[in-house]
Design a protein around this ligand. Structure first.
Ligand SMILES: C[S@@+](CC[C@H](N)C(=O)[O-])C[C@H]1O[C@@H](n2cnc3c(N)ncnc32)[C@H](O)[C@@H]1O
Ligand code: SF4
Length: 400
């Protein structure tokens, strides 16, 4: 597969070698949005009256304390407020949750604290408050720089308003990222190239560029099924992907993960923690965690419904509804699935420690010969660009 080998040349390694210990982080989920976007299947809910933030703060505090009891001491390297729309939180709410995290697992002096924000002017008005509360990085859901596309995505902001929010964010935070969705209906590669160049021109250190996914159960899925929403496929989808890789790499923001691009050194440390299969606590409705307990690594998830989650926490001190020990094989599979997304790939020795065995030599040799994976210095292995679209199959093959 010469094509695969050629495309692989576009994948770059990280500026610094990955740390031996991926560290510990905390994910906090805020489950409310002003309106539900028709493509989105995240755990986000619209309420007619605003939620009682003080009541939620008390529940977040309780769940953090409960998790602290469970796992003991840690140092926090990253915190991520995701949603939903965390920029609907009052700065005081964010500050109170950060205080509770710091009391449970002291924040490292250089901890990365990210908050996801929707780019409306109302939310931008809260950015300085978030900065004062301890947030040092924002990730804005710009989604498109084209008003017709924003309307079609059901967004509540224009491109100009979104770029205004980016400017306010850059004045308030050292580290700013924004999200764009591409492979939208009718999108042409040349239009996307222009839009992406304009986005890069904003000068942010990090961009998340997601291909539009039709998620089951969303209004977009119903339209898609009815033939009323047609997304680029085949060659056009491939061309959109290629434009994305080439334009970002040429601008010094290469992909370090399938959808994430950064100036070397400006990668999201919290997201790297997931992909490096580090340890993280998931706090709030519908949050997932991977915790290292005396009984081994466990996968946790909490009640998804916001009001149901608060009620559970008030009754039991936590909203955890699933808490499952992971077998060695499951951990090794998760490590592969996460790590092979990264341009730095995975550490074969760590896989062997988790799985209790090395890869099957014949299967690995076949994947290498087909150009689906490639060996990197330091006994590392990564998916090639040809392998990325079939990552699940590669993981299944390597894990077998
Ligand atoms: C959970 S959302 C939170 C961001 C924030 N609420 C917003 O919308 O600006 C995180 C990101 O996921 C991406 N996303 C959500 N649904 C998607 C889909 N169906 N296809 C592609 N990207 C999607 C969007 O780019 C969005 O910014
Ligand atoms: S994309 Fe963001 S604003 Fe829209 S529903 Fe999903 S989480 Fe809420």
């Amino acid at each position: 597969m010469t094509d695969g080998a050629h495309r692989t040349a576009g994948r770059t390694a990280l500026a610094a070698p990955p740390p031996a210990d991926p560290g510990f982080g905390v994910y906090v989920h805020w489950p409310f949005c002003k309106a539900k976007c028709p493509y989105c299947d995240f755990n986000s809910h619209v309420r007619h009256s605003p939620p009682d933030q003080a009541r939620f703060v008390a529940a977040f505090r309780a769940e953090i304390a409960h998790t602290r009891e469970r796992i003991g001491q840690r140092r926090t390297q990253s915190v991520f407020f995701g949603g939903g729309t965390p920029s609907l939180m009052e700065p005081g709410t964010v500050g109170a949750i950060l205080d509770a995290i710091d009391a449970a697992w002291p924040l490292d002096a250089r901890a990365e604290v990210t908050l996801e924000a929707n780019p409306t002017s109302v939310e931008a008005g809260r950015f300085r408050g978030y900065r004062a509360a301890g947030v040092n990085r924002v990730s804005l859901g710009v989604q498109a720089l084209d008003d017709a596309a924003l309307k079609a995505l059901g967004r509540m902001h224009t491109a100009e308003e979104a770029l205004g929010a980016v400017a306010v964010a850059r004045a308030a935070f050292e580290r700013v990222s924004f999200d764009l969705i591409y492979a939208r209906p009718d999108q042409k590669p040349e239009d996307w190239a222009r839009e992406l160049s304009r986005a890069i021109g904003e000068g942010c250190e990090h961009l998340s560029l997601y291909q539009l996914t039709i998620e089951e159960g969303t209004p977009f899925a119903a339209l898609h099924r009815a033939g009323r929403l047609i997304v680029p496929e085949g060659e056009v989808a491939r061309a959109l992907w290629d434009v994305t890789q080439e334009t970002t790499a040429a601008a010094g923001l290469p992909a370090y993960e399938i959808s994430n691009h950064a100036r070397p050194g400006a990668e999201s440390r919290h997201n790297l923690l997931y992909w490096r299969y580090g340890e993280y606590a998931g706090i709030g409705p519908g949050a997932h965690g991977r915790l290292d307990t005396p009984e081994g690594r466990v996968a946790t998830s909490t009640e998804r419904g916001p009001e149901e989650w608060v009620a559970r926490v008030e009754a039991a001190g936590h909203g955890v509804i699933a808490d499952e020990a992971l077998t060695r094989a499951e951990q090794a599979d998760e490590y592969l699935l996460m790590g092979l997304r990264l341009s730095e790939g995975i550490d074969r020795a760590r896989f062997a420690r988790l799985a209790g065995r090395d890869f099957d030599a014949a299967r690995l040799a076949a994947l290498l010969a087909e150009g689906m994976v490639e060996a990197l210095p330091g006994e590392r292995l990564r998916a090639t660009e040809a392998g990325l679209p079939v990552l699940d199959a590669i993981v299944a093959d390597l894990a077998a």
